[in-house]
Design a protein around this ligand. Structure first.
Ligand code: 5GP
Length: 349
């Protein structure tokens, strides 16, 4: 047994120090980034925020709405080939440019993406997603997918340490997804005792990835737009959001009405709700590592996104970053023991 003594930090442990700036207004800030990749020769430009590939969040409707903001959606893996076909044939090039196709690591997953990508050349991104990215099986599956799709942008994860980021990039990933345990409906840390505070994971993994010309997605743990700014400030190239995008019209789930208030269910992908839905049973050997929560229904996702983007632009003006790309360079974190002043939260709607 060994103990690492240096402190690992989460979003709640820091704030970003303001810096002298020549920017006059938030409207001068450019949130669009232009990416080129280690393996794929594709160039992608857009706002590097991604709707999570959870079945309630990563829907075709979400992809349509978020493409209007130049934002990506990682579409979940539970749509059938037929549903994919219909979506692809009824969507513009522009929408497809904002879609990431998510898969697991089974033989069927491999057959399925080959079929999905045979319908169009406009889809650019593949995300190979497993809860525990430390498995050798992920590495060999990734190599297989890279061999078959030499020019697609491939993301793989999830991991939280530099050495595994390097292994995934060397094995064919353009982008590595980072995050174990920070998610809003995740109980991995409670169930297993395993995890890594997200900000430190970002800082360490971004360093490892950038050294090899790779990129990272920070996945999970953002609960306010300030957290997204901290993730970018820490070195994340992309930030993935689940909970912050939940409870909207674009999400899957019934709207429940109680005492004239509307709610929606939101659940983790390894929660009992998801297991029952997709596997029809709860397997004895598998503990649930996700929660199910009932959250207020918030209407269209547009106003939530505008709010997030406004917050990010404001962060950039506070530190003098004219472009989102400059945010990391302009970020100095200060360690703190306080965040929001919550005195009036009891009156909040
Ligand atoms: P959020 O933005 O809600 O904080 O985090 C979203 C991320 O949580 C997802 O992209 C995914 O990586 C993770 N996640 C989703 N469902 C579960 C689950 O049931 N268990 C765990 N451990 N993580 C989950």
């Amino acid at each position: 047994m060994r103990i690492e003594e240096d402190i690992k930090l989460g979003f709640k442990d820091v704030l970003i120090r303001p810096k002298r700036s020549i920017l006059k207004s938030r409207s001068q800030v450019d949130l669009i980034r232009v990416f080129s990749f280690k393996y794929s020769s594709i160039t992608w430009s857009g706002i590097p925020i991604i709707a999570a590939n959870m079945d309630t969040i990563g829907t075709f409707q979400m992809a349509e709405s978020l493409s209007n903001f130049n934002i990506l959606t990682a579409v979940h893996k539970y749509y059938s080939i037929e549903e994919w076909k219909n979506f692809i044939f009824s969507s513009s090039k522009y929408i497809l440019n904002h879609v990431i196709v998510s898969i697991g690591t089974s033989k069927d997953d491999f057959i399925k993406i080959k079929k999905i990508f045979s319908f169009t050349s406009e889809l650019k991104y593949i995300c190979i997603d497993v809860a525990n990215g430390y498995s050798e099986y992920l590495v060999s599956f990734l190599k297989l997918v890279r061999d078959f799709f030499p020019d697609k942008i491939i993301c793989a994860g999830n991991v939280v340490t530099g050495e595994m980021v390097e292994e995934l990039i060397i094995s064919g990933a353009d982008i590595v997804k980072v995050g174990i345990g920070p998610g809003s409906v995740c109980t991995t840390r409670v169930k297993t005792g395993v995890g890594y505070p997200q900000l430190s994971a970002i800082i360490e993994c971004a360093d490892a990835a950038h050294g090899l010309n790779g990129q990272i997605i920070s996945d999970g743990g953002c609960s306010v737009s300030g957290d997204i700014a901290k993730a970018f400030g820490g070195g994340a190239d992309f930030v993935m959001l689940g909970g912050m995008l939940s409870g909207h019209t674009e999400c899957t789930g019934d709207i429940i009405e109680e005492k004239s208030k509307k709610y929606m269910l939101f659940y983790g992908m390894s929660s009992i709700s998801a297991m029952k839905r997709y596997e029809g049973e709860i397997r004895g050997y598998r503990a649930s590592e996700g929660k199910t929560v009932k959250i207020p229904f918030r209407g269209n996702v547009d106003s939530t996104i505008s709010d997030i983007l406004g917050g990010l632009r404001s962060t950039c003006t506070y530190v003098g970053a004219e472009k989102l790309k400059e945010l990391t360079k302009r970020t100095t974190f200060i360690r703190v023991t306080e965040q929001e002043n919550c005195i009036f939260n009891i009156f909040k709607e």
